[in-house]
Design a protein. Structure first.
Length: 199
């Protein structure tokens, strides 16, 4: 462009075109990235909703119509009713519910050898009573859950033979203790989160 002339020269035109190209490319890149992110988010959301576990059936414990949703660790658990026959004559004997599991039975079999008594081994027992829980009156049990409807009632849990079972040494003894502890923890957590009851 000659001096004194108005308008754009070739250099100015090229600079404007380069600037517009950079702006256009940046806009396209941002738009494309956002669409990819939204697509990934939608796919993940659909995937998580489609793989959500179906609502589980409730497992009835027999005590106060108590029930809970069993986590995977407790699948196969059974409950047996046990009446305390050592109570004094003329009084109502307390009823306990023994919680048993095949994994615990198997660990006992490895520890003690195959025995029918192993099928009776419970990793925990539960019981209950009306009113408010009092640790002093139940020194060997822990509160599982307090319910305040129907004038109040509670469910306790205790661990038969403590945590050191007869086979308490060596690898097999550790397996029994570990299995018992895992089942106890899984049960307590599941009952506190999903447990209901109605006397």
């Amino acid at each position: 462009m000659k001096r004194g002339q108005n308008g754009f020269g070739v250099v100015e035109t090229l600079l404007v075109l380069i600037l517009l190209s950079i702006l256009g490319f940046t806009g396209y890149y941002v738009y494309h990235s956002r669409n990819n992110a939204n697509s990934t988010y939608n796919t993940a959301a659909q995937s998580s909703s489609s793989t959500a576990p179906p609502s589980s059936e409730r497992f009835n414990l027999g005590l106060y119509n108590a029930s809970l949703i069993l986590p995977q660790k407790l699948k196969g658990m059974t409950v047996s009713k046990i009446t305390d026959t050592s109570c004094p004559t003329g009084t109502v004997c307390r009823v306990y519910y023994a919680l048993k599991h095949p994994d615990f039975t198997e660990a006992n079999n490895r520890c003690y050898g195959q025995s029918p008594n192993n099928d009776q081994a419970a990793f925990a027992t539960i019981s209950g009573s009306g009113g408010q829980f009092n640790q002093e009156s139940e020194p060997t049990a822990g509160l599982l859950k307090q319910f305040n409807d129907h004038n109040g009632y509670y469910i306790t849990i205790s661990y038969p033979n403590g945590i050191t079972y007869g086979c308490s040494t060596g690898i097999d003894g550790s397996t029994v203790q570990k299995e018992a502890h895992e089942l106890q923890t899984a049960f307590v957590t599941a009952f506190q989160q999903t447990g209901t009851a109605s006397p």
